[in-house]
Design a protein. Structure first.
Length: 689
């Protein structure tokens, strides 16, 4: 609406028209009378009077008629302007999201738009006239129309929204207001938001006579911004809170606790607990059944966990942090036992098989829990600790709960040290392999080397080969077992570079020894999963000149199971290089031999646990039988069998009786450094026993 059209038309300055008209008629009458009476002999002065009267009369007519014209024009303009204003106002009120309002000095409506009436559930705008604007807004519950019908029975709301309080203040203080947002409970639309602006109207002498203003419907804007806000705090897949929401909530609570609480000891009540849950088998569900089923599984998990939280007396904020990781933040005091009991209940609720359509999916999860223990405890530390506890739960075998404790923290520090120092040790080892001519540099992170454990033929006692086993000697910590650092290297991916170094080192060293032994090198599942592996092996073979049939790569059953199809393809590509493949730790996984025959495997390495169980009472008899079956089946499938960890002559006898072809173990030889191998070879290549 233009500012100009809102102003009243400017008044036209004018003479009193009646006086002018009377004077003109009188003058004309007088001059005509005189003219008739004395027409014959007029003295000069009479003629002059007549001339003057007539002379005055003519401009009088002119002035008069011009004023008339101006008046008519002004009236027309005002009417047109009013019409335009009304049209504009109508357009404005019907086509935009805003409409005007006017009220008297007490805030009672003197003008209301149709739109306003419609949205308030009132038949016509006229019905709103005389109603207090504030009361209409305030008594929205059940719709203002209902409140009007009931005569605004006073239901004073102790919790008036702050914007409405502000509006009340402005109306009472006669101060202009702009964009005051109030929620109107309309019977027509569920949640209605109006942004109201208004200015006080004063008369000529400055007295406050009323209000004039605009209402804008900002419902859509509100809906959009609250949807955005919801989105920023919600995980769209499950409807749970997201990581951002959980973190900020934990931070807020920890900050509040910092100001109010003191340190709590292990057994005391802790006011804040954080649970981190990770599904154990989500990746395989995704791989086997596809992402759609994976997504539905996550929704199912969210639903079950939410039920569990709803049933617990502690409540809490349940969130999905991303992927298959969930978290629960509890801001109620809990004892350690209670904390653990809830964690176990959460795992139990997931164990119930999930049966969408004709599928049956077993869900398992691991849980790490941490509790706030005092002012030094920040939210991020709490998250870190729950994460460490979760890591330990997974490492301990999954489907388990672990509560964070100090020892866990120390182990984690140790782990980080391993990651850091192993990397440095590997760099030094790679340098030495590339430039053996350079003097060895000091090694503050220790030295890596490869040890070799001989393998023998049980039939004729011949030395058939060696297994290459990596060793790490640290200046402070001494010998660190590969069983300790290989899993860490697998987690960080360092095992790819480490494995390549072991392979190159082993192939290089083996080529220096007399004889044509087989060399077994362990291949981690992470290496097998890497696309580079076939090229790496081919390069190492050509660089070192080792004939491919002398290399046997050992893979474990678990590394095949992660991605069976990809593993099979890669193994076939490796076999096409002419190398051999061994299946390590056989018997510790769950696959049947019939299943494993689909992989191009040359040697079955029977796990040490079977060998140890031999000749141990009734269990020994069972192990005996299993072993015999494995050997027979292996032979049937054209695979060689090699038993690991043979420590006693009795074990060796049993293995020989069952037809196992090769052995490796402390009974014959421990793994030895490369320098000792030539002596071992000179001493005789046959079985020591
Ligand atoms: P593994 O492949 O099963 O290696 C056999 C392990 O059994 C070796 O332990 C070896 O020293 C040990 N051993 C051999 N004979 C006997 C015995 O008679 N009794 C007992 N109690 N143990 C025996 P090590 O060298 O500590 O290696 C442990 C594991 O670390 C290996 O198990 C293998 O999984 C992994 N590993 C070792 N070197 C490498 C490597 O270069 N790359 C990869 N990816 N993993 C490796
Ligand atoms: Ca092995
Ligand atoms: Ca093994």
């Amino acid at each position: 609406m233009s500012r100009k059209s809102a102003l009243p038309p400017r008044p036209v300055r004018r003479f009193p028209a009646g006086v002018l008209r009377a004077a003109a008629v009188a003058l004309m009458g007088a001059s005509m009378g005189l003219a008739l009476w004395h027409a014959a002999a007029w003295p000069f002065w009479q003629g002059a009077v007549l001339g003057a009267c007539t002379g005055a009369c003519v401009p009088g007519w002119f002035v008069l008629s011009r004023q008339r014209r101006q008046q008519t024009q002004a009236r027309d303009t005002a009417a047109r302007r009013q019409e335009t204003t009304a049209l504009l106002l109508h357009d404005f009120e019907t086509q935009s999201d805003a409409w005007s309002w006017a009220a008297d000095r007490d805030g009672r409506l003197t003008h209301a738009a149709e739109r306003m009436a419609r949205e308030l559930g009132v038949a016509t705008p006229q019905a709103l006239l005389g109603e207090s604007l504030l009361r209409l807004l305030r008594f929205g519950e059940g719709g203002p129309s209902l409140a009007m019908q009931q005569g605004f029975r006073d239901r004073s709301d102790p919790q008036m929204p702050p914007d409405l309080v502000w509006l009340m203040g402005c109306l009472a203080g006669q101060t202009p207001f702009r964009g005051v947002e109030v929620q109107v409970r309309s019977p027509v639309r569920r949640a209605l938001w109006w942004s109201i602006s208004g200015v006080p109207v004063h008369d000529e002498i400055g007295l406050h006579v009323g209000w004039r203003g605009v209402v804008r419907d900002v419902t859509k804007l509100h809906e959009q911004s609250s949807a955005l806000e919801r989105l920023a705090h919600t995980d769209t897949l499950t409807g749970l809170a997201n990581r951002h929401m959980l973190q900020s909530r934990a931070e807020e609570t920890a900050k509040a606790l910092l100001q109010t609480s003191e340190a709590t000891d292990e057994e005391a009540l802790s006011p804040l607990s954080l649970y981190l849950l990770d599904l154990d088998n989500f990746k395989s569900v995704n791989d086997h059944f596809g992402h759609l089923v994976g997504d539905r599984l996550l929704q199912e998990v969210a639903r079950r966990l939410q039920d569990c939280v709803d049933e617990s007396p502690y409540g809490g904020v349940l969130a999905r942090l991303g992927g298959d990781e969930f978290a629960l933040l509890i801001e109620q005091p809990m004892h350690t036992v209670e904390r653990e009991a809830l964690a176990l209940a959460m795992l139990a609720t997931l164990r119930e098989p999930w049966t969408p359509e004709d599928l049956c999916i077993e869900v398992r999860a691991s849980l790490g829990v941490a509790a706030w223990s005092g002012p030094a405890h920040t939210a991020s530390l709490l998250l870190q600790q729950a994460d460490i506890a979760l890591y330990e739960a997974k490492a301990a075998g999954r489907d388990l709960v672990r509560l964070f404790d100090a020892a866990m923290g120390e182990r984690m520090v140790e782990r980080h040290l391993v990651i850091h120092e192993l990397g440095l040790a590997l760099q030094a080892a790679q340098r030495t392999l590339e430039r053996p001519d350079l003097p060895e540099a000091p090694a503050p992170s220790g030295r890596l080397s490869v040890f070799y454990q001989p393998q023998y033929d049980l039939g004729d006692g011949r030395l058939t080969g060696f297994e290459a086993l990596v060793r790490w000697r640290h200046p402070v910590r001494g010998w660190i077992s590969p069983a300790q650092f290989i899993p860490v290297a697998e987690e960080t991916g360092l095992v790819v570079a480490l494995g390549e170094w072991v392979l190159r080192q082993a192939c290089t060293e083996v080529m220096r020894w007399p004889g044509a032994f087989k060399i077994g090198v362990n291949l981690s599942g992470v290496q097998l999963a890497s696309r580079q592996i076939v090229r790496t092996v081919a390069t190492v073979l050509s660089e070192t000149g080792l004939p491919p049939h002398r290399l046997e790569l050992e893979v474990t059953e678990t590394s095949l199971l992660a991605d069976p199809a990809a593993a099979r393809t890669r193994m076939q590509a490796l076999r096409s290089l002419g190398i051999r493949l061994g299946l390590d730790d056989f018997g510790t996984g769950y696959s049947s031999l019939a299943y494993l025959r689909t992989y191009p495997i040359n040697t079955l390495k029977i796990d040490r646990s079977f060998v140890v169980s031999l000749a141990e009472g009734p269990q020994g008899a069972q192990a005996d039988m299993i072993l015999r079956t494995i050997v027979q089946l292996g032979r049937g499938l054209g695979m060689k069998t090699l038993a690991e960890g043979v420590e006693t002559p009795e074990q060796a006898d049993t293995l020989r009786r069952h037809g196992c072809e090769q052995v490796q173990g402390y009974l014959y030889a421990r793994p030895v450094p490369a320098e000792e191998v030539p002596a071992l070879l000179r001493a005789g290549q046959g079985l020591a026993a």
